[in-house]
Ligand binder design. Structure first.
Ligand SMILES: Cc1cc2nc3c(=O)[nH]c(=O)nc-3n(C[C@H](O)[C@H](O)[C@H](O)COP(=O)(O)OP(=O)(O)OC[C@H]3O[C@@H](n4cnc5c(N)ncnc54)[C@H](O)[C@@H]3O)c2cc1C
Ligand SMILES: NC(=O)C1=CN([C@@H]2O[C@H](COP(=O)(O)OP(=O)(O)OC[C@H]3O[C@@H](n4cnc5c(N)ncnc54)[C@H](OP(=O)(O)O)[C@@H]3O)[C@@H](O)[C@H]2O)C=CC1
Ligand code: HEM
Ligand SMILES: [Fe+3]
Length: 470
């Protein structure tokens, strides 16, 4: 890998559009990758290194000098080294005066140091214009040239001219600079690459808890109960039957939980009589991760659809069918055709298929390439109206699946009802509350509140005066 890096020739070393000279301190992974990319884009690159003679595998065309010599060659210096090694810069304070120092560093932990690395650098070298940039771009992505992940470069700094010079370099490298303001934003920018899918955390934990709970619940009802009461080994159910209950139940619960915060928000607005008060933090966060909750729900619905496909080829199902037929043939009997059962069976399957289709549609419209093509009203229509229709269809699918055995005391085992009955509690509650909220008298008040009307304008005044109790 590293050999390849040394062998790569800059594409445009003799480009007619010769760019300025840039100095990179540090010949590690990041310094080398950034240097190569810069050479390819026509910049002259001067590396600063502790050991200029010993630095090997650097891109051809780059010059390597000691740190103090390299500092004199350019007025933009990129520090491709870890914060822990910044100390030596204090010796170069004079030669760094008035220069642009670009801090690309990341830490190992969120808020590892009391101040951001860029602010620390600004304290170490007070005469330089420190700019934070490039920390969200990986050395590997720069080197492979694919940049599959984000091309966004968050840039911040107190000197606007310095910041714009760095943003121009980012643009020339084919990246997308985003101005984040003054150096005070550096802390947040340094935290970005350390966060692992922050919006997915809540949906992930919630779905794990739901899966584990329903798995244990179903295992008690269907495996342990059979073993204790009938001495029958039904452990094979743990592999397909029970997951094919747990997955759709999790999908349905999560789908209902996508629409529950909107209802709680509406109730809160009606209760307060104003929309000018902040929602509690937990509700805000819940509202913000609805997309992720919805997509996780879609994943579980997908699993349910695939597990359902294999039902007819399962050994247990084929055995039961064959055995039933032989038993009936030997007894010379047949079971009568029950039209109502046929209706219920076809209906729940049709409802499941339609619900799944709309579920997929919601997932497709949430892809940025699709959502960019529709205006916000169209997006809200799909996400909100068709989203509720999806919830109605999936809830109806489960209700009709329950059909005649629904709430039948004979299906209780150790007083525990079937799992899908528990799974219906949240979706049915959400639908009933939504039904109440869209009643004309309530909907009219809610619409007025959302248009800025206040039942008790005193609240807005106290909020404006900063005396709000929120
Ligand atoms: C597969 C799938 C994919 C999804 N993808 C996305 C996605 O890409 N992006 C996304 O955002 N969501 C996505 N979601 C989540 C969900 O579909 C949306 O958040 C949907 O808009 C929620 O509809 P709602 O009617 O509950 O909420 P909203 O229409 O957002 O309303 C919620 C609450 O916000 C408040 N509110 C609404 N309008 C106003 C107003 N004008 N003034 C003041 N307050 C107001 C009210 O209190 C209201 O009750 C997805 C869901 C699924 C299942
Ligand atoms: N690797 C990546 O993908 C990314 C890295 N970054 C940031 O870029 C910076 C550099 O990362 P990376 O290139 O991976 O790190 P490396 O450890 O590979 O390289 C760091 C370089 O710092 C120089 N250095 C200066 N003083 C010292 C010292 N006292 N001890 C050790 N090295 C020293 C060395 O260069 P020399 O021997 O020439 O003096 C060394 O090669 C870090 O702050 C990192 O957070 C940011 C985004 C992505
Ligand atoms: C392709 C579309 C779908 C088909 C063909 C389908 C089919 C089925 C079948 C055959 C069952 C009975 C499983 C069994 O006997 O164990 C079932 C149960 C169920 N389905 Fe679906 N379904 C579909 C989509 C959905 C969707 C989108 C949801 C909701 C998100 C959903 C929620 C449920 C629930 C909660 C159960 C009850 C699970 C249990 O306790 O057994 N289904 N579905
Ligand atoms: Fe490294």
């Amino acid at each position: 890998m590293e050999k390849a890096c040394a062998d790569v020739f800059p594409l445009t070393t003799d480009s007619s559009e010769k760019q300025e000279a840039i100095c990179i301190f540090g010949t590690g992974d990041f310094g080398k990758s950034l240097g190569l990319k810069m050479l390819q884009c026509g910049y002259s690159v001067i590396f600063g290194s502790r050991n200029p003679q010993g630095s090997s595998l650097l891109p051809r065309g780059a010059e390597v000098l000691s740190y103090s010599e390299a500092a004199l060659k350019s007025d933009i210096i990129i520090l491709a080294m870890h914060r822990e090694h910044y100390d030596f810069l204090t010796e170069l304070v004079d030669s760094l005066k008035g220069k642009v120092l670009v801090d690309v560093s990341n830490n190992r932990k969120i808020n590892q140091y009391p101040e951001s690395n860029a602010e620390y650098l600004a304290q170490l070298v007070p005469g330089a214009h420190v700019v934070k940039a490039f920390n969200t771009i990986s050395a590997w992505a720069l080197q492979s040239g694919t940049l599959d992940a984000s091309r966004q470069v968050f840039v911040c700094g107190n000197d606007s001219k310095a910041k714009h010079r760095v943003m121009d370099i980012a643009r020339t490298l084919g990246l997308t600079p985003l101005d984040q303001g003054s150096l005070a934003a550096a802390r947040e920018i340094e935290n970005y690459p350390l966060q692992l899918f922050p919006m997915w955390r809540f949906p992930f934990y919630l779905s794990s808890v739901l899966c584990v709970f329903f798995f244990v619940y179903c295992a008690i009802r269907e495996v342990i109960y059979s073993y204790v009461k009938e001495k029958k080994d039904t452990t094979f159910r743990l592999v397909v039957s029970i997951p094919n209950r747990v997955f759709p139940i999790t999908a349905l619960t999560l789908l209902a939980l996508v629409y529950l915060p909107g209802i709680l928000a509406a109730i809160l607005q009606l209760y307060r009589g104003t929309k000018y008060r902040r929602f509690p933090n937990w509700l805000d966060h819940w509202m913000l991760c609805r997309k992720q909750l919805g997509l996780v729900a879609l994943g579980f619905a997908f699993l349910h659809a695939i597990y359902t496909l294999v039902i007819p080829i399962r050994y247990y199902v084929r055995w039961r069918l064959r055995n039933g037929t032989i038993t009936q043939a030997l007894a010379n009997q047949d079971t009568p055709f029950i039209t109502s059962t046929a209706w219920l069976n076809d209906s729940y399957l049709a409802l499941g298929i339609l619900g799944f289709f709309l579920f997929l549609l919601l997932g497709i419209t949430s892809l940025p390439s699709v959502s960019n093509m529709v205006n916000w009203r169209e997006f809200r229509f799909v996400q909100s109206k068709l989203g509720y229709l999806t919830l109605v269809l999936c809830t109806a699918h489960t209700l009709v699946y329950g059909g005649k055995k629904f709430l039948n005391p004979l299906v209780l085992r150790w007083h525990l009802p079937s799992a899908y009955i528990l799974a219906l509690i949240i979706p049915c509650s959400v639908l009933v509350m939504k039904f109440i909220l869209i009643m004309p008298c309530i909907d009219k008040t809610l619409t007025r509140i959302r248009q800025g009307w206040e039942r008790n304008p005193k609240y807005a005044q106290s909020a404006l005066n900063g005396k709000s109790d929120i």
